[in-house]
Design a protein around this ligand. Structure first.
Ligand SMILES: CC(C)(COP(=O)(O)OP(=O)(O)OC[C@H]1O[C@@H](n2cnc3c(N)ncnc32)[C@H](O)[C@@H]1OP(=O)(O)O)[C@@H](O)C(=O)NCCC(=O)NCCS
Length: 154
């Protein structure tokens, strides 16, 4: 991270980390779905430790779950000092994003399913289903409470 990325405290701006997270998650969603995919939602973005200027920052993303046209992508961000080869990378942020695969017209496009194989993948799949159920329930409850005819509108 460069000195252009800092906030007023001298550490890296959260939005810079979010952009990295979105980009890496988008690449993984594109690879899984075999074509363009757009960010539909970004939730549970947790900043766990500050990132400092000069840190080498790595983001690792994976598809946790896939529905008909949407995918949940989990991202783990780690940082290490640029000048200390022996330093263990620090887990600095995590996020869950929903991507929707799209056609050239921008409409939703079907995606391949996810078949968890390891116990860690099964756990991530189950937890993604819980988050999906909560997202849908929260949206439905808010729409119902507003009597809104614009679903999801702020
Ligand atoms: C994402 C987008 C394509 C969804 O279009 P839509 O007409 O609302 O699609 P649908 O209602 O048919 O939903 C499609 C899927 O996305 C999911 N979805 C849509 N909005 C969502 C949201 N806010 N959160 C979570 N999931 C969402 C639906 O549950 C559905 O999943 P499923 O097919 O796996 O069951 C559309 O809202 C869009 O183009 N948004 C702008 C995206 C963008 O510009 N991102 C930033 C730059 S990449």
């Amino acid at each position: 991270m460069s000195s252009l990325d800092v906030n007023l405290l001298g550490t890296v701006h959260g939005g810079v980390v979010m952009k990295l997270v979105d980009s890496v998650a988008g690449a993984v969603a594109q690879r899984h779905s075999g074509g363009p995919a757009v960010t539909a939602a970004m939730d549970e973005m947790a900043f766990l430790e500050p990132v400092r200027v000069g840190d080498l920052v790595h983001a690792h993303a994976m598809i946790n779950w896939a529905g008909r046209t949407s995918m949940e992508v989990g991202v783990r961000v780690v940082a290490e000092p640029w000048d200390q080869a022996a330093a263990e990378p620090t887990h600095v942020a995590s996020a869950y994003l929903v991507f929707v695969a799209v056609t050239p017209d921008g409409g939703p496009r079907a995606v391949p399913g996810v078949r968890p194989e390891t116990s860690a993948e099964e756990r991530r799949f189950r937890e993604a289903e819980i988050r999906r159920a909560h997202r849908l329930a929260r949206r439905a409850a808010i729409d119902a409470a507003r009597g809104s005819d614009i679903p999801g509108a702020p």
